[in-house]
Design a protein around this ligand. Structure first.
Ligand code: NDP
Ligand code: HSE
Length: 432
């Protein structure tokens, strides 16, 4: 029997308890040994008792798990930075293997976690930390290891994908759909991490570190959320052949430098990620040998996330039986440059409200031209009173040039307001 110490019996922890019970026989056959939870650390023991766990399983403190020589695997599902970090590091120092779903922790403290796992020759697995039930960490580390990865683009946050899908299907405003997502339990208690793009930024930091073999932390990722997206932007996107998605993008350029960012984007409706709707997540990977690969599924939730956690546990159980560990350790053996957002280029959609009279368009075009921003198309959508709504799409331009243009435009009397500026992504596939 392989014994687990479980930290946290909330949404994911209770999923682990249930799935271990539900598929006990299959898991034991596949792992080569039975797997059993020996101790659980949870603030509210009632949560565990309701799942059928015995009171004797409840640990009074973390030390009951750390000091127990029978426990070989610690599964951390309490979330947050502390005490999770201290608990994991101490478990590793005691020779215990660790499985976690904690993206916040890995995106900020990945280095110390990997160094400690290597130093103490223990396994450190974290498949569930990105895109819940979708296998992506192991495929990147193992199945795609022969490729040079060119890009990883993900829809990595279920809440924002749900909101954007509902806004586009039913034309509902952002605030209304967010309230729905909260009521359905998709959003975090404080949904800022979802809608501000922080959750997706943590996940793409983890994926980029693996895909590009360089340490990428949360603070390296440029982040914009979806709070400024309106039904009008979504409608115009659709008219132009795009969908609006919150994308997490990691790419390397021809010099091996990296572009890592999270922002809402106009994505061609023919792109494989455009069909990913509701709370579903997907990760699109482009490798030099394999070409395009897309991983799709449930990025959150009790059983999908438990599926990823227990997949890791089973793999560690196999390693234990063969007396091997830390086989795939830290993969960050390079030190790549991560470019600042102003050094990047993008195509842009710009929606602005301007005075509706002769010469206005020429004035606006002049500002873009002076800043090296080349316009691909302009549409005047509506006029009311003496105001007109303009939709502009640019060619690929330097971010800094776009910012400089917008700063000038904002100060012009003919520009009532810049309603929104959204990048285009994935358009190169349209040209193929
Ligand atoms: P929950 O808040 O539902 O569960 C965490 C549980 O741990 C709670 O019961 C909490 O108690 C308990 N807990 C917190 N701190 C301690 C402590 N110091 N000692 C003992 N018990 C403690 O979180 P989730 O299950 O949703 O998430 C767990 C982890 O999985 C997080 O890192 C999350 O980011 C990650 N994750 C979650 C997904 C999901 O779908 N929910 C998907 C992918 C990853 P209390 O509530 O009283 O604080
Ligand atoms: N709040 C997250 C989401 C949960 O909406 O995707 C999974 O990390």
């Amino acid at each position: 029997m392989i014994y687990i110490g479980l930290l946290g019996c909330g949404t994911v922890g209770s999923g682990v308890v249930k799935l271990l019970e539900q598929n006990q026989y299959t898991i034991a056959r596949r792992a080569g040994e039975g797997i059993q939870i020996k101790k659980v650390l949870e603030k509210d023991s009632e949560k565990c008792l309701q799942l059928g766990l015995d009171q004797a399983v409840m640990a009074g403190s973390i030390n009951e798990i750390l000091d127990d020589p029978d426990i070989q695997i610690v599964v951390e599902l309490i979330g947050g930075i502390q005490p999770a970090l201290d608990y994991i590091l101490e478990a590793m120092r005691r020779g215990k293997h660790v499985v976690t779903a904690n993206k916040d922790l890995i995106a900020e403290h990945g280095m110390i976690l990997f160094e400690t796992a290597t130093a103490y020759k223990v396994d450190f697995y974290f498949e569930a930390s990105v895109a819940g039930g979708i296998p992506i960490i192991y495929p990147l580390k193992q199945s795609l290891a022969a490729n040079r990865i060119k890009e990883v683009i993900g829809i990595l946050n279920g809440t924002t994908n749900y909101i954007l899908t509902k806004m586009s299907r039913e034309g509902q405003p952002f605030e209304e759909v967010l309230a729905e997502a909260q009521a359905l339990g998709y959003a975090e208690a404080d949904p800022t991490a979802d809608v501000a793009g922080l959750d997706a930024a943590r996940k793409i930091a983890i994926l980029s570190s693996i895909a590009f073999n360089t340490r990428v932390t949360f603070s390296d990722v440029y982040v914009e959320g979806i709070t400024a997206i309106t039904p009008a932007d979504i409608r115009y996107a659709s008219e132009l052949g795009y969908v609006v998605k919150l994308l997490a993008v990691a790419k390397e350029n021809s010099q091996g430098q990296l572009e890592i960012k999270v922002h809402p984007a106009f994505l061609p409706d023919s792109h494989p990620l455009a069909a990913v709707n509701d709370v579903f997540n997907a990760v699109f990977v482009n490798g030099d040998a394999v070409g395009e690969v897309m991983h799709y599924g449930q990025g959150a939730g009790q059983l999908p996330t438990a599926s990823a956690v227990l997949g890791d546990v089973i793999d560690i159980a196999r390693n234990i039986q063969y007396g091997i560990s830390a086989r795939i350790g830290c993969t960050c053996y390079e030190d790549r440059t991560i470019l600042d957002i102003n050094q990047l280029s993008a195509e842009f959609y710009i929606r602005m409200t301007v005075t509706d009279r002769p010469g206005v368009l020429a004035g606006i075009a002049g500002v873009f031209g002076n800043n090296n921003v080349s316009i691909a198309s302009v549409i005047q959508k509506t006029s009311s009173g003496n105001c007109a709504e303009l939709i502009l799409i640019t060619h690929k331009v330097q971010e800094q040039n776009m910012r400089d243009s917008l700063a000038v435009l904002q100060g012009m009397s003919i520009v009532s307001r810049i309603d929104n500026v959204i990048r285009l992504e994935g358009t190169e596939r349209m040209e193929v």
